[in-house]
Design a protein around this ligand. Sequence first.
Ligand code: SAM
Length: 227
Amino acid sequence: MRFRKDRVNFGDEEEYFAYLRDLMVSEQIEARGIKDKRVLEAMREVPRHLFVPSSLKERAYDDTPLSIGEGQTISQPYMVALMTELLRLQGDEKVLEVGTGSGYQAAILAKLAKYVYTVERIPLLADEAKKRLDELGVNNVQIVVGDGSRGLPQHSPYQGIIVTAGAPRVPEVLIEQLAEGGRLVIPVGSSSLQMLTVVEKERDKLTTREEGTCIFVPLVGKYGWQE
Ligand code: SAM
């Protein structure tokens, strides 16, 4: 047996990573209060180790964000689960993600919503993410290169919008692109610490609540931080 961990032998590498994935879900995600069964199932299924540089594969299921190059990161597994749960997806939504990064969050969303548009400002990261999603046969995600702080008006409105980079304030354009009954999940604050913020749009009335602090790389763009 080539793969052995916690006194368990594994037939192959995929079996080994599936084991690490189960541990990740039970110890980092369920243990911290994530309850949505569909979110837990998606986190058990998507092979996170294929979304990190090969040198970091062994650490893919650790309780931490990891570097993906270009000064950017794949978010901590718990943060991916929490932000996804906050969207309260049922399966028939059109979702916008701002900050494709590795494509991991988009792959999770693809299992939980009908269609996902995701915007990335760094072309190399967008290319790599597209290759990964194609290889995994994910066919309900479109990656767009551009400034996602402006949203993606041509496909709006969205029942869910998730911003995976820290913004100085909630961009008004993202609220405009939110459907009635839709939710926007976005880290808002300084460049070093943000508050995970949820905005709900109900009969044109907005409700905003805060879900705790978080640390994201900056949202760089017209309605984010200046370069
Ligand atoms: N969701 C990603 C994943 O699953 O790997 C992690 C995202 S990473 C924390 C933040 C990403 O947002 C980076 O890839 C960064 O280049 C991107 N970003 C920053 N500002 C952006 C903008 N205005 N539009 C689109 N992407 C942006």
